[in-house]
Ligand binder design. Structure first.
Ligand SMILES: CC(C)(COP(=O)(O)OP(=O)(O)OC[C@H]1O[C@@H](n2cnc3c(N)ncnc32)[C@H](O)[C@@H]1OP(=O)(O)O)[C@@H](O)C(=O)NCCC(=O)NCCS
Length: 230
């Protein structure tokens, strides 16, 4: 099935939050950040976070919906340099959503492991500073709802961004999970570094492995002749 990519809107936030939580459940990082929080509270937090992303001019929040059921089944967040992709407007947000977008963490569940939260952010920022250049694209997030995985949703969301990058001959940086890694290799990403987030240092348990990856653009002649690249 050819999956269509559309921009997400405010009303999609609860479904985007559910995909986010379901597809990363086994990782358990969110649960470690907000110990004891029930799923509805985590879903509300993630939905609130989406207001921030939707309000961000550089963040292109795109979705895949099953054409038969209308269910939202996949989501990617692409950060595109504004100087190259200027945007007149972001998706329309209600007054309440605009207020939430200013500081979604204010409403985040408690208790929180603040040290773990800060440690995780610092780790991401450190590596983004090191690898993400001014004209690079960033794949900030990619997930397909578990029951739809392996049907091409993730690849369709990836092609949306790789086509843009190829057209302007730009690179794309990302931090891959174990699940994402083989899919990214298939779409042309290469490993730049393997890093571990040690939760123990911040009062948590275990560690998370991330594979930092960069994709160089395909030469224009090659990407233009490849089927299915729109
Ligand atoms: C990574 C992820 C987004 C891939 O999405 P997807 O919709 O399943 O991707 P696709 O269906 O386009 O599959 C891409 C390739 O991966 C393979 N694949 C996907 N899921 C698979 C699975 N569970 N087991 C084995 N292979 C799988 C597919 O077979 C396909 O390869 P092919 O084209 O050679 O057949 C999805 O697995 C996911 O959401 N995982 C959890 C969240 C996550 O880790 N996201 C990545 C963060 S960096």
């Amino acid at each position: 099935m050819a999956f269509q990519i559309q921009y997400a809107e405010e009303h999609d936030a609860p479904a985007l939050a559910r995909i986010n939580i379901l597809s990363f459940e086994t990782q358990g990082l969110l649960q470690a950040l907000f110990p004891g929080a029930e799923t509805p509270a985590l879903e509300l937090h993630k939905a609130n976070n989406y207001m921030k992303h939707l309000a961000n001019r550089q963040m292109h929040v795109v979705k895949v919906t099953d054409p038969l059921t209308g269910e939202l089944v996949g989501n990617a967040r692409w950060q595109l340099p504004e100087a190259i992709w200027p945007r007149d407007q972001t998706p329309a947000l209600s007054e309440k959503a605009q207020e939430i977008a200013q500081d979604p963490m204010r409403l985040a569940p408690r208790p929180r492991n603040e040290a773990l939260l800060a440690g995780f952010r610092t780790m991401l920022e450190h590596h983004r500073k090191k690898y993400l250049g001014e004209t690079d694209l960033l794949l900030d997030f990619l997930a397909t709802t578990p029951s739809y995985q392996g049907r091409g949703v993730g690849s369709a969301l990836l092609r949306w961004g790789t086509a843009k990058a190829d057209e302007k001959q730009l690179r794309i940086y990302l931090e891959a999970t174990e699940a994402g890694y083989p899919v990214y290799v298939k779409h042309g990403w290469k490993v730049v570094e393997e890093v571990f987030f040690d939760r123990e240092q911040f009062g948590g348990h275990g560690r998370d492995r991330f594979i930092l990856m960069m994709r160089d653009p395909k030469p224009l002649a090659q990407s233009a002749t490849e089927p299915g690249r729109t």
